[in-house]
Design a protein around this ligand. Sequence first.
Ligand SMILES: CC(C)(COP(=O)(O)OP(=O)(O)OC[C@H]1O[C@@H](n2cnc3c(N)ncnc32)[C@H](O)[C@@H]1OP(=O)(O)O)[C@@H](O)C(=O)NCCC(=O)NCCS
Length: 502
Amino acid sequence: MSSGIKGEEVGPHLFHIRPPPSSLSASNFRVKECHNFLGNSLPLEFRPSFSAEGINSRTTAVLGVLDILHCCDCELYNSKIKSVERLKKLKSEHGKVQLGNITVDMVLGGMRGMTGLLWETSLLDAEEGIRFRNLSIPECQKKLPAAKPGGEPLPEGLLWLLLTGKVPNKEQVDALSKELRSRATVPDHVYKAIDALPVSAHPMTQFAMGVMALQVKKSQNPRTEDSSAFRYWEPTYEDSLSLIAQLPIVAAYVYRRIYKNGQVIPKDDSLDYGGNFAHMLGFDSPDMKELMRLYVTIHTDHEGGNVSAHTGHLVASALSDPYLSFAAALNGLAGPLHGLANQEVLLWIKSVVEECGENITTDQLKDYVWKTLNSGKVVPGFGHGVLRNTDPRYLCQREFALKHLPDDPLFQLVSKLFEVVPPILTELGKVKNPWPNVDAHSGVLLNHYGLTEARYYTVLFGVSRSIGICSQLIWDRALGLPLERPKSVTMEWLENYCKKSA
Ligand SMILES: CC(C)(COP(=O)(O)OP(=O)(O)OC[C@H]1O[C@@H](n2cnc3c(N)ncnc32)[C@H](O)[C@@H]1OP(=O)(O)O)[C@@H](O)C(=O)NCCC(=O)NCCS
């Protein structure tokens, strides 16, 4: 029997061909674990055969180079096998079960309340808010590894959680950080593509342009290489990790280009993902790094139906790669009713201060809110398409502010808005959720640490969103989800249908 397996046989995600980590010798490494994994988990067609000799030589040659990150791949892989079975069972046993009635209101109302997407990485409850793989934000803050004791969770930990459904330990998160660092290089043509735009172009336009340019280096459409659905998730996984790794560099480049005369700050490989992002933007205070870790963690994912997530998922369903899919998602995020709201909030808050001063009274603030509404505008940072309560992402940022910047005048204004705005929106009578959302808070925190350029804020949101969207894209392909193609109808069709069913 030959050991006869090559990295390519089961895909690059299983064999990270790198120098062996010094702490792992070939002999102490989890030969059994890998044997079990490779021998038992793979579908028959991909199962290798082993001999003791084979294992030993492979341990040296291949298994020895797997480091702890391998666990992420294994978890993901094992979980994929089980999930594909679950999906098949769901389809065959319950495919005809109705999930609800579609009404004309839903068709005309942006598909609100229509259950129409499979999204494994997170689930939103209207009252409680988001759960990432069944963990609430406070639970993530408690359970996910942090850069320092009692600190904010590391976004890499959330990535691991979203990918595998399991809470990683610190060692695993450090390995994932390292893996991302190893992929964090951006080709020159990406900077040139961004530089071709006027520096006055919106930061989101420059950022999305950078993402499109990153795609250029990408090679082939995998379908032309291998049409096996089983393998399809592998290039998605590879691209996704690389894209997530590259984004902070592109985002920081856009920031430094627009606001800091193009003086770029190189990455610092001693730092974690969030800490390094803050560093490349030009913010090295420990508190700003903590804020960035929290910010990136909580903005990652908000189930599948929001504009950016749904767009990414839709575009990827055409088997467009993660770069193309995520660039499309970013363009959705750039809308003022979605991601751009964080920019609008800070600009609006600053306009309040400009007009009424920092020591604005409650009555003055109420007048200002009414003035905004009466001019036909929305109050940015309040309301939500699904949530019907205060967003837990708002609450954890409020906790952060209470801990680190309780006396900041803009934070105090945000706190006052928390009291003043909901009763007014309720009084309007039509707003389904008068409570603040994530965007109502993020700007004042960033502003406090010197990141004052509100127009840039949605780019930060975009970097974070890649973690959620890409995690799900990997699952979309792992589960072999099909091309999305809902049915549309004309008004005439609806009118006739309603007449007939009256
Ligand atoms: C998020 C948002 C787009 C959700 O829209 P939605 O699902 O249509 O919300 P609703 O069903 O509650 O909207 C019902 C009505 O209330 C209005 N409304 C909702 N939120 C409002 C707000 N913050 N200020 C004023 N009016 C608001 C809507 O514009 C709509 O008015 P219309 O019937 O005259 O068109 C909306 O709440 C909004 O515009 N908020 C401000 C922007 C924002 O913070 N976006 C970030 C979201 S995370």
